[in-house]
Write a protein that binds this ligand. Structure first.
Ligand code: G6P
Length: 607
């Protein structure tokens, strides 16, 4: 999941390419590079590390040009090193950037080596450059070369190629990885994500699977996988560049945590009114699917998977059997699909390779239909699903997901209410649940006001190597999400357990230096959880609790943060907030890179 940007223009585009990379850094940040056509030559600059390193290099060794491509990398084939950084070139013939994986790169490499091509890197991308050069040398145009290469390349990719032989042209291809064309005055741009281009334009064309596009300053020609000339609609993005800046916050993650009251309200907007769910807002197809739904399969990865696990408790509570699975497992096994099963994918980006592959597998199975809970309207998951219930979290940039998670839970709650209607829920019950959702933004606001207390708690974690998160019921997946947040951004080894499982193994880990984190809402499982916490205290474990004000805690020693007036059905959403803040402040204490933690990326478009 690398990020690519490119431009064909009348003006110098280097600064915009570098800015585009900076905005795509969430996709990978091992190394970065830019290549420009200049007077019949290819000039490039590449640097290991973040885009800022590349920007420094360009300051020292300036570069100018009107046609160029650029890339920020998340290493798959070959270590992060300058030789493996994109763009990759084949002599003075062609230079390419690529996002994705070429599965048959080894055999292509052998055939190219046999033809005398020498390789400078260990990447799969370099085979594309030499493959294109071989076609160019045989007399094909850049367009025909990319089309020919499309037939030879196996794998998922988005790519852009430029050549000094045709200096005013860029050819791009999309096969499994997102690619968008930006339209501006007397210039065309491309990128893996509209976000890269928002400072320049809000006019976009989204390429479809298998498309090749040939761009000049003034023209765009698009060809589908059968090589038919096609027209793809231009779309106007409502997101503006200003909305996606950090503002006065130190990190995107913190900004995104604080945006939660607003984006939760946004996700509810037009979907609830006067104590009722406005089911029509999901569209006609959704209503028809819900009428027939007897079972649900939820497929997702990472944080989105945790949202699915919470929904399982909600759905089974209303009598709908629900199976939740990580996409990377689901896609490669034989799945039994009972009659009347609805497939639900959950994804912030809508581009996660495993989730997308699972959806495609699901479409071949006997599901009623495919619904996605997703945050990006133009994403592949949205386009390929029968119904999309959009979370309206806005762009999430911090790699550790926060507002996307809580809005996914809100969307899944709305779906649960729609299905509960079919399970015999009466109007009063519906009103009560909808009112709880309505109260949610304010409750989240109140929890955010406790940030200083959570910060004080976090200070105790700075020297920890391990942490345990416990929970029962919906608070078990919330504990999983809390542990994931902590490990992602603070690099502390954190595990979550169903509190009842403690004595079946993890209790052996508990001693005086083991922090144990637990949410204690005022719910029917409270006494059970308290017994588990007694077991922790008996071994000297250090307790960090987030509890309801009404809860009396009969333990000898603990640190506690009190939450007030939290509604039962939305409590998992509210209790996620202090766990997010805890991880954030621990990471601050430790001085790690909060928004771009090591080895991770925001949008995982490779397997
Ligand atoms: C990556 C991100 C996570 C995210 C997961 C699934 O691992 O770092 O934050 O939860 O992908 O992504 P999705 O976009 O499908 O929700």
């Amino acid at each position: 999941m690398c990020g690519i940007v490119g431009a064909v223009s009348h003006r110098d585009v280097v600064a915009d390419l570098v800015e585009g990379l900076r905005r795509l850094e969430y996709r990978g940040y091992d190394s970065a590079g830019v290549a420009i056509l200049n007077d019949g030559n290819i000039q490039n600059r590449r640097a290991v590390g973040k885009v800022a390193k590349l920007a420094d290099l360009i300051k020292e060794q300036p570069l100018t040009g009107t046609t160029g491509v650029a890339h920020t990398r998340w290493a798959t084939h070959g270590v992060p090193a300058e030789r493996n950084a994109h763009p990759h070139r084949s002599g003075e013939d062609v230079v390419v950037v690529h996002n994705g994986i070429i599965e048959n790169h080894a055999e292509l490499r052998d055939s190219l080596k046999a033809d005398g091509y020498t390789f400078q890197s260990e990447t799969d991308t370099e085979v594309i450059a030499h493959l294109l050069a071989r076609h160019l040398k045989s007399g094909l145009s850049l367009e025909a070369s990319v089309k020919a290469a499309r037939e030879e390349l196996v794998g998922a990719y988005g790519m852009a190629a430029i050549s000094p032989h045709e200096p005013d042209v860029m050819v791009v291809a999309r096969a499994g990885s997102p690619l968008v064309i930006g339209i501006a005055d007397d210039e065309h741009l491309i990128a893996s994500d509209v976000f890269a281009l928002l400072p320049i334009t809000q006019r976009f064309i989204f390429l479809e699977e298998g498309d090749v596009a040939v761009l000049s300053r003034k023209t765009i020609a698009i060809f589908d996988s059968e090589n038919n000339a096609v027209v793809r609609d231009e779309k106007f993005s409502e997101v503006s560049a200003e909305n996606t800046e950090k503002g006065h916050y130190e990190h995107y993650m913190l900004k995104e945590i604080y945006e939660q009251p607003a984006v939760i309200a946004e996700t509810l907007e037009g979907r609830i009114y006067k104590g009722r769910l406005l089911e029509e807002s999901f569209g006609h197809t959704a209503t028809e699917l819900f009428d027939k739904t007897k079972n649900i399969h939820i497929i997702a990865c990472g944080t989105s998977y945790h949202a699915g696990l919470v929904a399982k408790y909600w759905l089974e509570e209303i009598g709908i059997p629900c199976h939740v699975e990580v996409a990377s497992e689901y896609r490669y096994r034989q799945v039994v699909v009972p009659e009347g099963t609805l497939f639900i994918s959950v994804s912030q980006s809508g581009e996660t390779a495993d989730t997308l592959a699972a959806l495609r597998a699901g479409k071949g199975a006997k599901y009623l239909g495919c619904l996605t809970v997703c945050n990006v309207p133009e994403s592949s998951l949205v386009r390929e699903s029968d119904v999309a219930v959009m979370t309206r979290a806005g762009k999430e940039i911090g790699v550790a997901s926060t507002k996307a998670f809580t809005t996914q839970l809100v969307a899944l709650r709305l779906i649960t209410i729609a299905l509960a209607r079919r399970q015999g829920m009466n109007q009063d019950q519906e009103k009560a649940l909808v009112e709880e959702l309505h109260a949610l933004p304010r409750q989240v606001e109140v929890v955010l006001e406790l940030a200083d207390e959570i910060k004080a708690m976090a200070a105790s974690f700075a020297d920890k190597q391990n942490a345990l998160f416990l929970g029962r019921g919906t608070f078990y997946p919330i504990a999983m999400e809390g542990a994931l947040k902590l490990k992602e951004i603070s690099y502390i080894h954190a595990e979550a357990y169903a509190a009842g499982e403690l004595k079946h193994g993890p209790l052996a880990l508990v001693d005086e230096i083991m922090p144990v984190v637990c949410a204690l809402p005022d719910d029917p499982l409270l006494e059970k959880v308290l017994s588990n916490l007694q077991e922790v205290r008996a071994r000297g474990g250090e307790l960090f609790l987030f509890s309801d004000k009404k809860v009396k805690i009969p333990l000898d020693k603990y640190q506690d943060l009190k939450l007030d007036d939290i509604c039962p059905s939305t409590a998992p959403i509210v209790y996620s907030i202090p766990l997010q803040l805890l991880s954030y402040f621990v990471a601050l204490e430790k001085g790690t890179d909060v928004d771009q933690p090591r080895n991770l990326a925001k949008s995982v478009t490779v397997e």
